[in-house]
Design a protein around this ligand. Sequence first.
Ligand code: ADP
Length: 434
Amino acid sequence: MFQKVHVRLASLCAGITIFILFVMSCGYLYISEQGLRSRSFTSFQNDMNTLVSNLEQQTIITHEWLTRIEDHGKYLINVIDNGIPFLYNERNTPEQKLLFETAHEYYKSHYEETPVLTSFGSIWHVEYQFPSDGGHRNNYYACVTFSERGSSTLQVTILCSMEPILAQIRIQRLLFFTLDLLASAVLALFSWYFTKRILKPLEENQKQQNQFIASASHELRTPLAVILSCASASARASDEERIHFLDSIHAEGLRMSRLIEDMLLLTKAGNYRWTIRKEPAELDTLLLDTFEAFEPAARERSILLAIELPEDAVPTILCDPERIRQVLSILLHNALSYTPAHGQVHLSLVNDGKYIRLIVKDNGIGIPDEDKKKIFERFYRADSSRSEKGHFGLGLCIAQEIVYAHHGRIQVGDTPGGGSTFSVVLPLPSQFGL
Ligand code: ADP
């Protein structure tokens, strides 16, 4: 599912950014081309102004002058004196002659055929662009001049190809297109990795949820199977056996209910819906209460349970006493479960001025280094074969969530000589500037 979402999101992200890139590039290209065309036409007009003022000073139009004006083929010139073409025009090729005809036709259809010239030597001229091939795209500049020379009117037409500027525009377009293609490839790659990064936490969350559901179903199946088999067996059982089956059903039912409670607790923690009711609490009293609650269980297992509290008064801290009691119970329950008979479990409180440490130390089976991090994961059991029936692998995970909600941390280490030591580190109010 995530693969599909990833592909769609990456395509959408890349599509939008590439579309914006192309629209912006086209806009920039259009403005740039307009600028190029207008600068080029202005330059042609300036050249023609110079040429016209030069023409004004010529009393006789010589072939040398015309050849010089042509500027090595940059301009094409056609001269008509009183309606009669100059001999110079014969140098033009048939294509060039056709070009002049097109330019004149364009001129006739857009301007007055012969302007009224009043004084001798005065010149009228106009510059325009026209399509030489009869199409819609202008590809030639033209300048038509009329000058009054006594009784005759001299018409000089100058043409200049727009090919250099059109070639420049084509190169610019090609360059932009290539750059846009490269940028699109980079954007597509970026979108792919960017959306992958965004989706990664969601994917992991989904994976964790799936794993949680799978593990929860697995854990629930065992007591459920016992309940079902006891229920079906009790139908054919004697009264005495039936009581035994009912006891089993009750015990497994309790087990299921505890597991469901734990799972709901963790789901709430995952959704940040913990209800932590903080109030000033004396941790030494809390520790003593928990110690007393576990004493009978320790005695039953022949385990020596001891407690050590500091001599000085322990400052009260703001916490949820019920939740902290729950953490201590989880740690003590584990310590008693994973410590063999005649072992020792030691409960203590240390105040170092900044933090209060609640320490549960046992000399039981210990936890291998490679498992120390994993034991805080949901449903993780270092060695399920050594776990008791009531252990689902959720206890430490719940304890960790509670401690985090109190801005503290939970650590695990080895007890010198064997066993495990769990420490719950809670910050004193001074750590928060209280
Ligand atoms: P469980 O309900 O299985 O005890 P926990 O989350 O409380 O689940 O603990 C996870 C695993 O960590 C246990 O299955 C056990 O393997 C290991 N563990 C926890 N506490 C101790 C301990 N005091 N000594 C040895 N192993 C422990």
